[in-house]
Design a binder for this molecule. Structure first.
Ligand code: ZN
Length: 138
């Protein structure tokens, strides 16, 4: 993923997301808050290695999907969204984006300028999720 107008210091956007956005790390994947969120609560489950979807093992993919479902439960608890967009990115990592959605959240700015003002800073999303996982995590 590349967002126009933002300079990255790494060729891979997902690897360039700093550890300050890290929510969770396992042997198979990591979870990071997207520092350039499409909406409040936007998180990404990222395969540990640069492996496209076709190269992660079925067990790795299952673990990542299970994590995405768990994150949706936690995000629902924190943000009470009306739904989610879940998108799978293929390269260079297999990555699952989880984006909470609310009715009417696509605004004039989003449509015309291809950019979206998000009221919550990613750091706040990280703090909310870390607190939620500490209280209600498995
Ligand atoms: Zn990477």
């Amino acid at each position: 993923m590349h967002i126009p107008g933002i300079k990255y210091n790494h060729s891979c956007f997902l690897c360039s997301i700093g550890s300050e956005y890290l929510i969770k790390s396992t042997g198979e994947y990591i979870v990071k808050v997207n520092p350039h969120p499409f909406n409040n609560g936007h998180v990404v489950v990222i395969s540990n290695e640069h492996k496209p979807l076709g190269e992660v093992t079925p067990l790795e993919l299952f673990s990542m999907l299970k994590e995405a479902a768990s994150l949706m439960r936690h995000l629902r608890h924190i943000y009470n969204p009306q739904g989610f967009n879940v998108g799978i990115v293929n390269k260079p990592h297999a990555a699952i984006h989880v984006v909470p959605r609310w009715n009417g959240d696509a605004s004039f700015v989003a449509v015309v300028f291809n950019a979206k003002p998000v009221p919550e800073l990613p750091e706040k999303t990280r703090d909310n999720l870390l607190k939620e996982l500490k209280v209600n995590g498995q």
